[in-house]
Design a protein around this ligand. Structure first.
Ligand code: SPD
Length: 283
């Protein structure tokens, strides 16, 4: 019998990944963090038996979560990442020349330690603009004094320590912690996994109530449940589908050519939602 990792997301239906060996396993104060060497996906991190990232497909998630927010803001200087302990979202944020300071607030140091050891190509932890704090992201957002231009919620699934990242109260604190033209993106689970619909609805209804502009967008991440993944983009002023955003993306074509998923066309197309997805968050 080959060694396999299985994540079941619909009773008996799930995802199977071939494994070579277990590289890391630690029950932290918050969760079970494991890293495997896989057959064809590079190293794979799971938290409480749910896939967080693989070396081969992590670029989709991190590019889409980071650049959608960063290009929607006209001049992002201060950025807050809640979660994101593997460093992939910060790596993408730090590609933007306007950025002066990034606070990454990860509750679990074990995630950062495992990432530095087993995903050396993912994070940019030595970048002097990056400040890593090991704290509860919700408590941190409540106490923000100097506003951020962009807040990115790169949390885990809505079970365990990340549950609060799907609550309206949390987004109220986020809007207060954003500058007047602030932009927020958040990971919001798979449109194919019905057990997550209540959490998705909570986030989108909250953003719709709190922000002048809020939209869902989607991307394709093979090792996440069912491969289709949703994200939220909420903004105080700029529409992510506005002409200025498209101009900003196009004028960065020199370094954007180095990305593997995100580009001008993908930014726009990601906001085109199939009807069954629209239905999940319609009110
Ligand atoms: N089930 C996957 C949920 C995605 C959680 N975030 C992944 C962290 C990658 N930086």
């Amino acid at each position: 019998m080959p060694l396999q990792y299985n994540e079941f997301y619909n009773e008996q239906t799930g995802l199977t990944i071939g494994l070579k060996k277990l590289l890391f396993s630690e029950q932290s104060e918050y969760q079970l963090v494991e890293v495997y060497e896989t057959d064809t996906w590079g190293n794979l991190m799971t938290i409480d038996d749910m896939v967080m990232l693989s070396e081969r497909d992590e670029f989709v998630y991190h590019e889409m979560l980071a650049h959608t927010a960063m290009f929607t803001h006209p001049n992002p200087k201060r950025v807050l990442i809640i979660g994101g302990g593997d460093g992939g979202t910060a790596r993408e944020v730090l590609k933007h020349a306007s950025v002066q300071h990034v606070d990454m607030v990860e509750i679990d140091k074990t995630v950062v330690d495992a990432s530095k050891l087993h995903f050396p190509g993912v994070g940019d932890f030595d970048n002097p603009k990056l400040n890593v704090l090991y704290e509860d992201g919700i408590a941190f957002v409540k106490s923000v004094q100097t506003p951020y231009d962009v807040i990115i919620i790169d949390g885990s699934d809505p079970v365990g320590p990340a549950e609060g990242l799907f609550e309206k109260d949390f987004y109220q604190f986020c809007i207060d912690a954003l500058s007047d033209d602030g932009v927020l993106t958040a990971q919001t689970e798979s449109p194919w996994v019905e057990s997550y619909y209540p959490s998705m609805k909570k986030v989108f209804y909250a953003l719709d109530d709190l922000f002048p502009i809020s939209k869902m967008y989607i991307s394709y991440i093979p090792l996440y449940p069912a491969g289709m993944w949703s994200m939220a983009c909420a903004s105080k002023q700029e529409d992510p589908l506005g002409d200025d955003v498209q101009k900003r993306i196009s004028s960065s074509s020199d370094w954007l050519a180095g990305l593997k998923y995100y580009n001008t066309e993908v930014h726009k197309a990601a906001f085109a939602l199939p009807n069954f997805v629209k239905e999940i968050i319609s009110r």
